[in-house]
Design a protein around this ligand. Sequence first.
Ligand code: AMP
Length: 402
Amino acid sequence: MIIFVVNCGSSSIKYQLLNMNGEQVLAKGLIERIGMEGSVLKHTPTGKYTVDISAEIPDHSVGIQMALDALTNEEYGVIDSMDEIDAVGHRVVHGGERFTDSVLISDDVLNGIEACAEIAPLHNPPNLYGIKACMRLMYNTPQVAVFDTAFHQTMPKVAYLYGLPYEMYVKYGLRRYGFHGTSHKYVAQQAAEMMGEHMSDLRFITCHLGNGASIAAIKYGKSIDTSMGYTPLEGLVMGTRSGEIDPAIIPFLMEKENMNAQQIDDYLNRRSGILGISGLSSDFRDLESAANRGDERSQLAIDIFAYKVKKYIGGYVAAMGGVDAIIFTAGLGENSPFMRDKICNGLEYLGTRIDPELNKLRGKQMEISIKRARVKIFVIPTNEELVIARDTLNICRRIIKL
Ligand code: AMP
């Protein structure tokens, strides 16, 4: 069975084509600068060179058509015709309270995703463009939506309600939802497999540390808490996002810096975080090298980030009454031995310790704690596309007996 996985951002489309017999990636691609000058499609058939195709890509529909043309191209395509695609899996950022699992897309589901756009105005609309474009171009092919929020729908009220009047939750759905759900779910499943046990018997803390960063407490297979909230702005200090701050700072800054609502939103989402603290970069690689050269604010940004992660780990150990494994994933979690060591340094009281030699390895699935550690530490490269493809396959088999 061949599955096309689509992830639409506001001006980008990421895609993969997978053959689910053996879960093989046949090709992947990235379209950037949709609706802008200089838009480009980078298409990579597995094991071959990347083809750069520059063209005017005014909208997501044209982008999807270009991706399908690349996949069926005589020279660098990997299938003969679009008819070989059995199903399409879409990443959808926000599923609100309605979508607790992946679903086959129908008109009713489309309306549901549209309704969630009110709480995810930046994310859900581009996801919908991608879905609608695929439905138009492949009208006989089943389409499945896989939500970033769904995995966290098992959080209890004590974890997801804010200290606001309850009516605001009822009226506007103002509550914590959490994000990166497919990633947290995937790495927890992989860790359970590596431990030779079932997720339902284990307590995990999964640290998705990339440009956007979140942590989840997964108790006996269910997410019981996570650091992102109503939007992906809450929680850890991130590349350019502030993470949690005293909400009173917002009206203060609006008044003192003469900012309107949109400007403060932009300030907290795009100009804060480690970029704002260091004044240098949102990329930890830049900060690590600047700190090595003695740049104090870069060092401070690194220290603040590691401190926050450690505090969340401690909080989630308390919330779950213990922990069996801590898992690192995403750009920083997978690739920075320095940051992993910094975060875990001082967690020995939990019964864990990093093995310095194992921790030197990067970007591959491995256990990095010392052999006799009671609490294991894993590095597990995330694979959200594979989770989307697996969910799509399972739903198509279950519901439409494909
Ligand atoms: P992601 O959002 O998962 O793609 O992660 C991107 C972030 O991972 C970058 O902004 C970097 O801060 C970080 N990163 C990636 N590779 C490395 C590395 N080798 N060392 C340190 N940080 C890294």
